[in-house]
Design a binder for this molecule. Structure first.
Ligand code: UDP
Length: 324
């Protein structure tokens, strides 16, 4: 596909997982930047409410489809963004086979589509490829410490396979490919019962229930606001190179500190309770984003308090609509 061809019409983007948390924010950004967007989702963890505001937009189409099945699309495609997958440890523990299939077969189908259409391909990979990391912070040249047969193996290994397949298509078929390793991200549209720490703590704090901190809460994470994340992803597709790039916020904190921050920002009187630490829960996680800074001139601009305030607002509104 030549640039002049794209210039004479709108670029066409396919977003798998387009009704999910990250996928739907990416759809918003692409429409804003003048793309025609086809969102695909089988709605296992996605929700049409996340894209309902685009109904009637002639530049937007939704196809309910499982991307592990054969993909058929008429017309040109310029960019394929493969975001379909359960992404919460609670979800992928419930859906281990679907998680393995979408990371393997789904990546194969979407790479095949990109190859057929001569499109550029971007894989949404994850900090989970580093497993319970022995190197801190994690830079892209670290190969990881993953338990293939543990409860997180279905997600971690599916994404590692997906990265390997993406590089094979790049090397064998000269496909233009990108791999983003996404670290913990939060923001509006996370499912209330998603099970990840931000929606869990927010729902608990807003309902006045105890915040369930797993283990002693000394494990760390680094939380990136969703608008920063999708900006980094967009820059990677448009610029960048085929090798993995970490996108995340390097501001690290313990889970107990995170719980206290949420209690403070919501003005909640909820206590904190401690629960068993899930098997293979990574002890530390923080992205080294030197590569993203240099390659993409990208770094997060939304601080934790600002991002959490916007997220709290959204959760408050959602919870107000549902009985407690
Ligand atoms: N966590 C917690 N309470 C919860 C949910 C999660 O303490 O109700 C912890 C979890 O054990 C992990 C961290 O929060 O250490 C982040 O968990 P999440 O499920 O968001 O994703 P992960 O980073 O583990 O993939």
């Amino acid at each position: 596909m030549s640039n002049s061809k794209i210039r004479s019409r709108k670029p066409v983007s396919i977003v798998t997982g387009g009704a999910g948390f990250l996928g739907s924010h990416l759809v918003d950004l692409l429409l804003e930047r003048g793309h025609q967007v086809v969102a695909m989702d089988n709605l296992v963890t996605g929700n049409v409410e996340n894209i309902a505001h685009h109904a009637g937009n002639p530049n937007f189409r939704f196809i309910q489809q499982d991307v592990t099945e054969y993909l058929f699309l008429d017309g040109p495609v310029d960019y394929v963004w493969h975001f379909a997958s359960p992404a919460s440890p609670v979800d992928y523990a419930k859906l281990p086979i679907q998680t393995l299939k979408v990371g393997s077969l789904g990546t194969h189908k979407t790479l095949g589509l990109a190859r057929l259409k001569g499109a550029k391909f971007l894989l949404a990979s994850t900090s989970e490829v580093y497993g319970d990391p022995l190197v801190h912070p994690q830079s892209e040249d670290y190969w990881g410490n993953v338990n293939p047969i543990g409860p997180r193996g279905c997600y971690d290994e599916a994404k590692r396979f997906a990265e390997a397949l993406t590089m094979a298509y790049h090397r064998t078929h000269r496909l233009q490919t990108r791999i983003v390793r996404i670290f913990n991200t939060y923001g509006p549209r996370m499912r209330l019962n998603d099970g990840r720490v931000a929606p869990s703590f927010l729902e608990q704090a807003l309902r006045g229930e105890a915040l369930t901190v797993y283990g002693d809460g000394s494990q760390t994470r680094s939380f990136c606001y969703v608008s920063d994340l999708v900006e980094g992803v967009y820059r990677l597709m448009m610029g960048g190179d085929p090798y993995p790039v970490n996108i995340g916020n390097p501001e690290e904190m313990t889970i107990l500190q995170f719980a206290r921050k949420i209690i403070e920002l919501t003005g909640s009187e909820s206590p904190v309770v401690f629960r068993d630490l899930p098997v293979d829960d990574p002890k530390k996680r923080r992205p080294d984003i030197a590569r993203a800074r240099k390659l993409l001139q990208w770094e997060p601009v939304v601080g934790l308090e600002e991002g959490l305030r916007k997220t709290v607002e959204w959760f408050r509104e959602r919870l107000g609509r549902r009985p407690g």
